[in-house]
Write a protein that binds this ligand. Structure first.
Ligand code: SF4
Length: 347
């Protein structure tokens, strides 16, 4: 997998692009005006591995709240602004590490210029974000949606490049996966700015995770994407969990354990689902990068999961503990999970 070469950007303490590891991002669901609630949620996200957080800034109170929020969190914060340049200025003054806005939506061009000048002075990047749903209906209506998104983004980028600003990150999101992929592929050949990749409004956790994994996964596999966000109708910590699963499945990031479990079949001699869930509950609590297998039968299980660091396979009233496919111990069925946990702890 060869990654697209993008320019390096610093967002607070986090490096984006230029070959840096792909960064996991999310957005709070709290009212930004409530600094305590927002701090608490960001800390939850930090614990899950969130590396950049975005907060909505609908008014001046929310913008000013950023200074309090910043004191209580340790990851960079992006202020999400629509239309009103004064909110962007207030967010910058309050210490936002990044801005997400559509320059073209700011009708006051003098105001936009002031925002860009202040962002430049403070070395604060601006994410130009184009969402398929927010394109004006009559904007280049004769063109395919992906082209319209790209063209709109290029116009927005030019607007701030003309103000001598290049600390830019770009996102082009749509709900439709092929449209999103198409748009990112096109723009990735046109600019070298880092790209923030995601499928917007992807839905509830199961469908949304799949939709995001397909869209983000295909792009990442093609080397496109410097930061990612999985957008779900769920607590944002779920977004982080799924984002890491996508990155881990492509071998792009390591974080915590990986569970390998067989689908079970007529040869299974234990309840694989119950066993896998029990092991997963334990794995959720550890941060060790270990690959753990839970397999349904002793005959095929160890061999099928030979790339796992450690695993168990069930049998009639007993089971085996194995390491890299090699059986190291036979234990009673009741002791299987305990033996596995002991082995993981020694790993
Ligand atoms: Fe079936 Fe055994 Fe393979 Fe699980 S490990 S799918 S039980 S053959």
């Amino acid at each position: 997998m060869t990654r697209r070469i993008s320019s390096l950007l610093k967002l607070g303490t986090v490096s984006i692009g230029g070959g840096s590891p792909i960064v996991v991002q999310s957005m709070t669901t709290t009212d930004t005006r409530n600094a305590i609630a927002t701090i608490n949620q960001v800390r939850q996200l930090e614990d899950c591995g969130c590396e950049i957080v975005r907060v909505a800034v609908p008014d001046n109170v929310a913008a000013e709240s950023i200074s309090t929020i910043k004191k209580g969190i340790s990851i960079p914060l992006i202020a999400d602004i629509h239309y009103d340049f004064r909110l962007a200025l207030a967010a910058l003054k309050a210490g936002a590490d990044g801005l997400r806005l559509n320059p073209g939506n700011m009708s006051n061009k003098e105001g936009l210029y002031t925002v860009v000048a202040m962002a430049k002075e403070r070395k604060v990047p601006i994410r130009v974000g184009v969402n398929a749903g927010s394109l004006p209906v009559d904007y280049q209506a004769h063109l395919p949606l992906a082209d319209r998104m790209v063209n709109m983004a290029m116009e927005q980028i030019k607007l701030i490049e003309d103000m001598d600003f290049t600390l830019i990150k770009v996102a082009l999101k749509a709900f439709d996966v092929p449209t999103t992929i198409n748009a990112y592929q096109k723009i990735s050949d046109m600019i070298s700015y880092p790209l923030h990749v995601g499928i917007t409004e992807a839905g509830l956790p199961v469908a949304g995770a799949i939709r995001s994994a397909v869209g983000i996964g295909i792009l990442l596999y093609q080397g496109i994407g410097d930061t990612i966000r999985v957008s779900l109708s769920a607590h944002p910590s779920k977004e982080i969990e799924i984002a890491y699963e996508i990155l881990k499945s492509l071998g792009l990031r390591q974080r915590g354990p990986v569970l390998v479990s067989c689908p079970s079949c007529g040869r299974a001699e234990v309840n694989v689902v119950a066993l896998a869930e029990e092991v997963d509950n334990y794995l959720q609590q550890i941060s060790k990068a270990v690959k753990v297998a839970v397999m349904g039968c002793m005959v095929n299980g160890p061999g099928e999961a030979r790339d796992a660091d450690v695993g168990i396979a069930g049998g009639k009233g007993k089971g085996v503990l194995f390491r890299k496919g090699k059986i190291i111990k036979t234990v009673s069925e009741e002791q299987l999970v305990k033996a596995l946990i002991e082995e993981i702890e020694m790993f």
